[in-house]
Write a protein that binds this ligand. Structure first.
Ligand SMILES: Cc1cc2nc3c(=O)[nH]c(=O)nc-3n(C[C@H](O)[C@H](O)[C@H](O)COP(=O)(O)OP(=O)(O)OC[C@H]3O[C@@H](n4cnc5c(N)ncnc54)[C@H](O)[C@@H]3O)c2cc1C
Length: 488
């Protein structure tokens, strides 16, 4: 019997798990995918929003501002890349000025510090590559950047270091109350009994909610498509450059990432299949049409990949956080956590984790282990640091991913982490091997060998991202034997 089962190992589920791991209780996190951070938490803009966009009085606004203020310290503790370059929301007409003034009012009402309207000349001084047609902008100096998947993996590790169990690759099919006042979580592989259940299942959270609540929710899958440019491209802006928001969201941005790439996007299109993360010609063309308004000379020569993520948009537009309405005691949830869910995650994790612990009557642990920060990456070490790392572990001397300068030592460490990588993409998210210009064309075979050595499995079992995504289908020997069965 568990004290709490968290369904969903995205940034929200892992933040809740980390907070609950501070209490003495038996904790399990279940996800349908083969790794943590495999939903919206791996495919978003990575912006820690300052908090001017959400309507005052909403859970989105409150949790965004609170979460954003927690980021610097939390990311520092976890060793996750984070920066606070600020943001500009650009206006190109007097109508846009009215929108920006409204955003400024919201910023003040939400308690966001330092926002102000800036005029054309100042914008062009701050960011000379801005389209000179710009009229005015909202400047939000506290807008930040984080690596969303690294954040999620690190939160998972911290929870696991403090006793949380993770079962991946196992979809939850049903949750139901039991006659003795507990909960049964029925998955594709097994059944688990628990005193409390916490639904953090992103796009899957609506279905689970509707199984047990008297309140119906409807989640709309809103896809956002992106271009990602190599870090060899000259960085046009040092801040995140937004355009005025629309009713579909915050609009298309041009932004640096924490790793020095340039991110262009996202679109916002409602689709039927909440797991369809394809990119489309139409969507990507739409990105570029909008990007050129911000960055007139944008070009795509250094594009290294395109991708998309799915927002779980609740039809009434706010987050639904806390006890599940109308359900028996012990059911909690974080539903409809679309943007700014990444920014809000530390606050959601703290509040929801504490609420569940209070319901269960759990005591705080005296021996909670602080996170083991992810070591500095080889690619950003000084020469002295590299020499020192090599002296301690000669595997720092073998570069596996040339594009992103990732060493064998780092890949092995990623597999050995508390919630370690089990696939090529798992290694990529934790180390950046395969994130670069060649997109893994060079390093994937070696990453695969290292995964086999570390996990003691055959290359035939290694997948790109779980499920049927195997990279090898057989050996030449097997294929030859099949073709000529009688030959010795
Ligand atoms: C295009 C885009 C841009 C965004 N940009 C930003 C941004 O810049 N800043 C910001 O703050 N926010 C942003 N967001 C929002 C942010 O990404 C999300 O709010 C956040 O990642 C949600 O985290 P989550 O843990 O709730 O969901 P997810 O990361 O989707 O995690 C849910 C998990 O539940 C699992 N799951 C689902 N169903 C089941 C089931 N039945 N059984 C077991 N497991 C299940 C999934 O596999 C998944 O791992 C953006 C989102 C998108 C899509």
């Amino acid at each position: 019997m568990y004290d709490a089962i968290i369904i969903g190992a995205g940034v929200v589920g892992c933040a809740v798990a980390q907070q609950l791991s501070r209490y003495a209780g038996r904790l399990l996190v279940i996800d349908r995918m083969e790794d943590v951070a495999d939903g919206a938490s791996k495919a978003n803009s990575g912006i820690v929003h300052a908090g001017f966009d959400a309507h005052p009085g909403t859970e989105k606004a409150r949790l965004n501002v609170k979460g954003a203020k927690m980021y610097k310290e939390l990311a520092g503790e976890l060793g996750v890349p984070y920066g606070q370059p600020g943001a500009l929301v650009l206006g190109f007409s007097e109508d846009d000025r009215a929108t920006l003034n409204k955003l400024l009012e919201q910023a003040n009402a939400n308690g966001v510090e330092g926002c102000r309207i800036v005029e054309r000349d100042e914008i062009l001084k701050m960011e000379p590559n801005t389209n000179p047609a710009v009229v005015c902008a909202l400047h939000a100096p506290t807008s930040g950047l984080v690596s969303p998947y690294e954040m999620t993996c690190a939160l998972a590790d911290s929870a696991a270091e403090n006793g949380a169990e993770f079962i991946l690759n196992n979809p939850v099919l049903e949750i139901k109350p039991t006659a003795d006042g507990n909960w049964l979580v029925i998955t594709g592989r097994d059944e688990y009994k628990t005193r409390a259940v916490v639904n953090c299942a992103g796009m899957g959270s609506g279905v689970l909610h509707n199984m047990i609540s008297t309140r119906r929710v409807k989640l709309i899958a809103r896809r956002g498509e992106y271009y990602l440019l190599d870090h060899a491209a000259e960085m046009p802006f040092h801040m995140t450059m937004f355009q005025c928001p629309t009713k579909m969201g915050k609009g298309v941005l041009v932004s640096p990432t924490t790793h020095g790439n340039i991110l262009l996007g996202p679109t916002a299109d409602d689709i039927d299949d909440g797991y369809d993360t394809a990119t489309t010609r139409k969507g990507l063309d739409n990105v570029m049409d909008k990007v050129r308004l911000t960055w007139k000379n944008a070009n795509l020569r250094l594009t290294i990949t395109t991708f998309s993520g799915i927002r779980a948009h609740e039809e009434h537009g706010d987050f639904i956080i806390g006890k599940v309405e109308g359900a028996p005691a012990g059911a909690f949830e974080a539903v409809g956590v679309e943007s700014p869910g990444l920014s809000a995650a530390p606050a959601i994790g703290q509040e929801l984790g504490d609420e569940v612990a209070a319901f269960l009557g759990l005591d705080r642990k005296d021996d909670w282990k602080k996170p083991t920060p992810i070591p500095k990456a080889f690619r950003v070490m000084t020469d002295e640091e590299r020499a020192e790392a090599y002296a301690k572990n000669p595997e720092y001397g073998t570069l596996v991913c040339r594009c992103e300068q990732v060493t064998e030592a780092e890949i092995r460490a990623a597999i050995r982490r508390p919630v370690g990588a089990r696939s090529i993409d798992g290694v990529k998210r934790r180390t950046r091997a395969g994130m670069g210009r060649c997109q893994g064309g060079f390093c994937s075979p070696r990453v695969m060998e290292i995964l086999c050595e570390e996990l003691g499995v055959s290359p035939l079992e290694i997948t790109k991202c779980g499920g049927d995504s195997r990279l090898l289908v057989g050996t030449l020997h097997d294929i030859a034997k099949e073709a000529r069965p009688d030959e010795k």
